[in-house]
Design a protein. Structure first.
Length: 107
């Protein structure tokens, strides 16, 4: 499931919509769409791991809830995010984290 997390992004939705249109139009078979989505899952994780270098820090006034089961889920209140000199404040944030597909922690 963690490897399918990025399907819920704007890019992932656009890809799925396009594949659905191609299936409905008889241009491709559903099996090919499944293969494309699996390749997307692998490629997005690999690309982010290799290229994403941004670092952000945050602090919260309150930890609202904490749950660890198949993934880590943390809900925070009154959160301040900082990236270099830019500061963004939000009332609530939910952080969901998954193990990497290789099962190791990444930096």
């Amino acid at each position: 499931m963690a490897d399918q997390l990025y399907r819920s992004t704007t890019l992932g939705h656009a890809l799925q919509d396009t594949l659905d249109e191609l299936i409905q139009g008889g241009k491709i078979k559903p099996q090919l769409a499944t293969q494309v989505l699996q390749q997307y899952d692998e490629s997005i994780v690999k690309g982010l791991k290799q290229r994403a270098k941004a670092q952000i820090t945050f602090k919260a006034k309150q930890l609202h809830s904490y749950n660890i089961c198949d993934s880590l889920c943390v809900k925070l209140k009154d959160v301040e995010f900082r990236e270099h000199h830019e500061i963004v404040k939000v009332d609530k944030v939910q952080i969901v984290a998954f193990k990497s597909p290789e099962g190791e922690m990444t930096k």
